[in-house]
Design a protein around this ligand. Structure first.
Ligand SMILES: Nc1ncnc2c1ncn2[C@@H]1O[C@H](COP(=O)(O)OP(=O)(O)O)[C@@H](O)[C@H]1O
Ligand code: SF4
Ligand SMILES: [Mg+2]
Length: 328
């Protein structure tokens, strides 16, 4: 049996704006394995959120649309489903949590009512069973005194507790995939660690695959089995967490790691990647990272490298691999 849960192939999601076309996700392919955590990293604006919204069928309209590719989930192409079918997938099989839980929680209903509503919509449980399950779910995400918290409103909870409630709601229907888009970015460091720990536990206990989107490599090191590095709407490197952290190949990945020397045990001084992410309206002609890359060669200025598969299964999009046979 295949261990692949999601097979994304050549996804393209573009936005038409008054200034031109934004190729937010431009030919992105990767797999999410069953029961594993895939970390998706990259600086702000590189297409992480739009990739996840494409999986969920929630690309902002008007303006945004998926213009190409396939997203195969359990033998179905999600991009071919009707909006009703996609709603069913969202409720039962793929759930998503966001950076700021307050925007997804309804301020006028108690936490208990909101989790119960999810169960009412997506299961055929009786109301007694639902009441019991709501308490179980709140307990599951490590919220103390679930019997008290069910009666509280979102504004009465801290940011960390609200994010736990969101996770409880997301898990209410036992999804096989949880997409978490910067789930801990708004939280302080201690609470961040607790929320990540809960997600990790749930991944182990229920084998829920997680697509974890973050700009924070520390979070990826902690959580992920596999990593996709995105830059300017494309995958530039993909590999196991060991490969990415111990043997990064793409100069962008190396740059991201050098800005977190604590993660690689490198004594080098903290350094940032110079320059900025290119404007989506003014992409370089060749490699999108070329204006910021210290290793840039002539070819990089005119031709975009392909994503090459290496012997160990990692993938890298960089001309250096052709020049030096795989050693960057
Ligand atoms: N609703 C939208 N309209 C126009 N452009 C958008 C919209 N949403 C995102 N984009 C553009 O798509 C690109 C990718 O955005 P996003 O996926 O949100 O990045 P990330 O999550 O990696 O920070 C950016 O250039 C962003 O400006
Ligand atoms: S293709 Fe060239 S510019 Fe792009 S990352 Fe590789 S070396 Fe740098
Ligand atoms: Mg984002």
């Amino acid at each position: 049996m295949s261990n692949i849960l999601v097979e994304m192939k050549n996804l393209k999601t573009f936005f038409n704006t008054s200034e031109g076309t934004v190729k937010a996700v431009n030919d992105v392919s990767f797999n999410i394995e069953k029961g594993k955590v895939l970390g998706v990293v990259g600086e702000s604006g590189c297409g992480k959120s739009v990739t996840s919204l494409s999986i969920m069928g929630l690309v902002p309209k008007p303006g945004g649309s998926v213009v190409g590719g396939e997203i195969i989930f359990k033998d179905k192409d999600l991009l071919k489903l009707s909006s009703d079918e996609m709603r069913t997938v969202r409720g039962n099989e793929i759930a998503m949590i966001f950076q700021e839980p307050m925007t997804s929680l309804n301020p006028v209903f108690t936490v208990g009512m909101q989790i119960a509503e999810m169960l009412k919509l997506h299961t055929d449980m009786s109301s007694d069973e639902i009441d019991k399950r709501v308490i179980e779910l709140i307990d599951l995400v490590g919220i103390p005194r679930p019997d008290k918290v069910v009666k509280e409103y979102p504004h009465q909870l801290s940011g960390g507790m609200r994010q736990r409630v969101m996770i409880a709601m997301a898990l209410s229907c036992n999804p096989s995939l949880l997409i978490a888009d910067e789930p801990t970015t708004a939280l302080d460091v201690t609470v961040q660690a607790q929320v990540l720990e809960i997600m990790k536990d749930l991944n182990k206990k229920f084998e829920t695959a997680i697509m974890l989107i973050t700009h924070d490599l520390g979070v990826v090191a902690e959580m992920a089995d596999n990593v996709v590095v995105m830059y300017a709407g494309k995958v530039v490197e993909e590999g196991t967490v060991m490969e990415i952290f111990h043997n990064p190949k793409h100069p962008y990945t190396v740059g991201l790691l050098k800005s977190r020397p604590d993660l690689i045990g490198d004594d080098d001084k903290l350094s940032c990647i110079r320059g900025m992410v290119p404007s989506p309206y003014d992409m370089p002609e060749g490699c999108a990272f070329e204006p910021r890359c210290d290793k840039c060669m002539d070819i990089c200025k005119t031709r975009m490298p392909e994503l090459k598969v290496l012997e160990n299964g990692s993938k890298v999009r960089c001309w250096l691999l052709d020049e030096k046979g795989g050693n960057v």
